[in-house]
Design a protein around this ligand. Structure first.
Ligand code: PEP
Ligand code: MN
Length: 338
């Protein structure tokens, strides 16, 4: 159930409803929009007397939400969620491009890549310090040392960092160094981890599990939001199918589908989505044309030497050309790449 407040309802009225719901043993979660505020109600709704709630000052209407993902649903919040971080906006009419290596390998490697990506026109730098590898014998990432490198490089170049957190016990240390917490595909349903990042104030980049349905994907976002963190960025990164010529199958219909079901921003990762360097540019262009709010792309100064995911990593030069190519496409779909 949601309580839709009247346009411009004062904070006092919002707090009054929150108090009322709390006294009924329910968990109220306000979703502040530019137009109006909606208060989502978590708990056993049978204790609610709809009529007396509707009569309270500031209330426009009380409605049921049919989707199981109540907070992430467009039924609860009609306007697109726009996440603000360090002077940048994610969602709405903005196109956000996150670029950088699959793994942080050294300070020089990350600095050189970051410098070139920034010159190509983005302030969002990705790089994994904790790597979810299929085999325990493979490189597992630089860990906390990698996080420190990321912080240093981003401070120096005034960039915004994105890095994966794999374990609930690492959330605190990752938050100390990183701006946007990435939840990888393999952890999309690690509910303990989702709840833990939900308790932080950092935006969360939630990647779709390789065999998750869209409903499961949105319910994973719901776990984060239910803990009080509304800043979730969804990422389609391909799903596992019978096809073996690409690493994953990249379903771009996810973009309009998510746009219909949810107010959260949705970006596309064509690197993991295809696993093939040569396909990254075309799928990036297609994702932007489909209305994606952004892209996450693996970039390296020497792609073949990337310790992880070399096959799908593009060069800094290819990335710079790609940035030029997507600009007119973004404009055509009403978005802008700063
Ligand atoms: C990554 O972004 O490097 C990564 C491991 O992605 P995913 O979780 O989508 O496989
Ligand atoms: Mn990778």
């Amino acid at each position: 159930m949601i309580i839709v407040m009247k346009k411009g309802a004062p904070e006092e009225h919002i707090q009054n409803i929150i108090l009322e719901l709390t006294s009924l043993g329910l968990q109220p979660l306000p979703l502040y929009g530019t137009e109006r505020t909606v208060i989502a109600v978590i708990g056993d709704e049978r204790v609610i007397d709809e009529r007396s709630l509707t009569a309270l000052p500031g209330v426009s209407k009380v409605m049921s939400v049919l989707q199981p993902f109540k907070l992430a649903s467009r039924e609860s919040k009609f306007e697109d969620t726009i996440i603000e971080i360090k002077g940048e906006k994610i969602g709405g009419r903005n196109l956000t491009v996150i670029a950088g290596p699959c793994s942080i390998e050294s300070e020089k490697q990350l600095f050189d890549i970051a410098f070139k990506c920034k010159n190509a026109g983005t302030r969002f730098l990705r790089g994994g310090a904790f790597k979810p590898r299929t085999s325990p014998h493979q490189f597992q990432g630089m860990g906390v040392e990698g996080l420190k490198i990321m912080k240093k490089v981003c401070d120096e170049l005034d960039m915004i960092s994105v890095s994966e957190v794999m374990d609930a016990r690492d959330v605190e240390v990752v938050c100390q160094h990183i701006d946007i917490l990435q939840i990888g595909a393999r952890n999309m349903q690690n509910f303990t981890l989702l709840k833990e990042v939900g308790k932080t104030k950092n935006p969360v980049l939630l990647k779709r599990g390789s065999s998750a349905t869209i409903k499961e994907f949105l319910l994973a976002a719901e776990y984060i939001m239910a803990e009080g963190n509304p800043n979730v960025i969804l990422c389609e990164r391909g799903i596992r199918t019978f096809e073996t010529d690409t690493r994953n199958t990249l379903p771009l219909a996810t973009v309009p589908l998510i746009k219909e079901l949810s107010h959260l921003p949705i970006i596309v990762d064509p690197s993991h989505g295809t696993g093939v360097r040569a396909f990254v540019a075309s799928m990036s262009r297609a994702a932007v044309a489909a209305g994606a709010d952004g892209l996450a792309i693996e970039v390296h100064t020497d792609p073949d030497k990337s310790i992880t995911d070399a096959d799908q990593t593009i060069s800094c030069e290819a990335f710079a050309s790609l940035m030029d190519e997507i600009k007119p496409i973004a404009t055509a779909v009403g978005k802008s790449l700063k």
